[in-house]
Design a protein around this ligand. Structure first.
Ligand SMILES: [Zn+2]
Length: 161
């Protein structure tokens, strides 16, 4: 068995691959990815669903598929084997196709990242609002695969200036 680490939240011993890395420091989160999902992503998502019932009701799988077909503008969340990524696009379909390339057995986002799933967080027509909401979601979810707007990597960028 490879190296393991005990999650500060669930106290389970899990392999290092079960922890996301901070982009800034390269260190592993104290909390495992399952706990991260349960506590951050899922809770925030549930809160948003509660506050936006009409939009949320459209966010089922069929709706997402229809959005993809129509290239609906919005903010989306990609769950990868390596962590989370938030993106926004005037056309989600076009953007997804842009950083998606077929590999042997699946889809990739960016270069060597394996996509597990992706979902639309919000459907937003206005480009400026969409940009602000993308930043909002990045600040809330702190997806480790985002460099831009991510509070976890801000320090590094400021240091460079
Ligand atoms: Zn855990």
């Amino acid at each position: 068995m490879g190296a393991t680490k005990i999650c500060h939240t669930c106290n389970k011993e899990r392999p290092l691959s079960a922890y996301y890395t901070y982009v800034k420091t390269g260190k592993l989160w104290a909390r495992c990815n399952k706990c991260h999902y349960r506590i951050n992503t899922k809770r925030l998502r549930a809160k948003w669903v509660k506050e936006n019932p009409e939009r949320a009701s459209r966010n089922n799988t069929n709706a997402v598929r229809a959005w993809i077909d129509r290239g609906t503008p919005g903010v989306y969340l990609v769950t990868c084997k390596e962590g989370l990524y938030v993106g926004a696009s005037g056309s989600i379909q076009a953007r997804t196709a842009q950083h998606t390339s077929m590999s042997n057995n699946g889809i990739q986002v960016h270069k060597n990242v394996t996509v597990l799933s992706w979902r639309i967080l919000e459907e937003i027509e206005d480009p400026e609002e969409r940009r602000l909401r993308e930043i909002y979601w990045i600040h809330k979810l702190r997806p480790n695969l985002n460099i831009k707007h991510n509070p976890d990597v801000k320090e590094k960028r400021n240091r460079k200036k």
